[in-house]
Design a protein around this ligand. Sequence first.
Ligand SMILES: Cc1cc2nc3c(=O)[nH]c(=O)nc-3n(C[C@H](O)[C@H](O)[C@H](O)COP(=O)(O)OP(=O)(O)OC[C@H]3O[C@@H](n4cnc5c(N)ncnc54)[C@H](O)[C@@H]3O)c2cc1C
Length: 431
Amino acid sequence: MKISGWGNYPCIDSEVISTNQIYYLQDIIRKKQSFIPSGLLRSYSDSSLNSTTLSSLKLNRILSFDNINQAITCESGISFQDLNNFLIPKGFFVPVTPGTKFITLGGAIASDVHGKNHHKVGTFGNFVQSIRLILASGEIIDCSRNYNQDIFKATISGMGLTGFILDATFRVQKIKSTNFSVITKKANSLEEMLELFNEYMYYDYSVAWMDTSEFGKSLGRGVLILGKELEDNSFELLPNTKLNMSFMFPNFALNHITIKLFNSLYNSISYKKNDFIANFDKFYYPLDILSNWNKIYGKNGFVQYQFVVPREHSYKTIKNIMQIMKSYKQSSFLTVLKFFGKSNDFYLSFPEEGFTLAMDFPIRINTFDMLNKMDDVILSNNGKLYLTKDARMSKEFFESTYSNLNKFREIKSIIDPNNKFSSLQSKRLGI
Ligand SMILES: Cc1cc2nc3c(=O)[nH]c(=O)nc-3n(C[C@H](O)[C@H](O)[C@H](O)COP(=O)(O)OP(=O)(O)OC[C@H]3O[C@@H](n4cnc5c(N)ncnc54)[C@H](O)[C@@H]3O)c2cc1C
């Protein structure tokens, strides 16, 4: 069948194998030459693509829950939506969540995902206690901080390249409410935006929407959104109200002018109230309300370019990136800025202390050329790109920016000497 990541680029034919029979999965892994595990395919491009894909979606059970020690063990194909539906009535929540609940536990571990609270708690991987993994030999092993530690550090953030995650145990957070007290702060320029982040760093959750269609004095204007969990003992699961984008937009629908219009409109009407209460679903997952919103970008698809740079290089890097965008007459439809706290020791983990900017670009003739120019800026400012969003970085760029790559390669060569676990991305990057 045809499959693709969230950016609808590239789109390939793949034999998708989906089973809850572990012995069958082991047999496939022993016999086949090349495959990659997959979850809900919310990575943006080719991280979970191969001519054979091992889907985790039928392995989706909760195996145990210990409310005293705040630990849960689940199979890797469970979604964050199902996890939270189970946890919330008991007064718990996943400790870290990305901007969509339509991801699996396996995907969260393999990408070592981050949320709006990274500056306080780090990535999802920080909460994982142990993992059960099928290796390329078909053998099932356990790994944790105390046992097979190198495999553990390579698997969290390892993009499915160390083995198939069967199940994992992780710590959950106790919550006092599913409601958030939210405040918003408008920034009229990039300087103001970075200052606001610094000033409000004590908030548990922070994220900013940025208008990338404005240059000159207003370059970097946008809205910083800050959240704190309430303590009102309300644990409400909202009914699933979703709008569905059932058709692809034509490729020309999103252009420089329509994106500018959208950004200006958003800037003037968004967050009229700067102090309100939001349910967790609206706070964490505003985009999930419109399923298949990726179809807005048309058949050619889109790429997300997410980089992180150290705090001291943030201002000039973001300014240079925006200038490159302007020179190519491109704008990002949706642009999100966050601040990351300390990095961790998982070998291919993305977050480093500093600012991270994520931008979405429809694929056009000059898009990749523009992104190559942006890479030069990121490289010279000690930055890096997020693997789970990447569609096109070069092997050389990747090797110069991921400092623990050799440690990862060492483990990989021991546990998967024939590179059976491989994706289009890992082949492109020579991982
Ligand atoms: C709207 C949107 C918002 C997002 N926001 C954020 C965000 O705020 N922060 C963030 O960090 N990410 C974010 N992401 C990215 C997303 O969280 C990651 O790409 C996540 O890995 C997707 O999970 P998935 O189940 O869809 O995995 P897939 O996309 O199917 O796979 C992703 C990777 O995980 C591996 N994998 C999946 N299952 C297994 C398994 N069982 N065993 C071993 N490896 C496995 C795959 O091989 C692949 O390399 C966002 C994505 C979208 C679409």
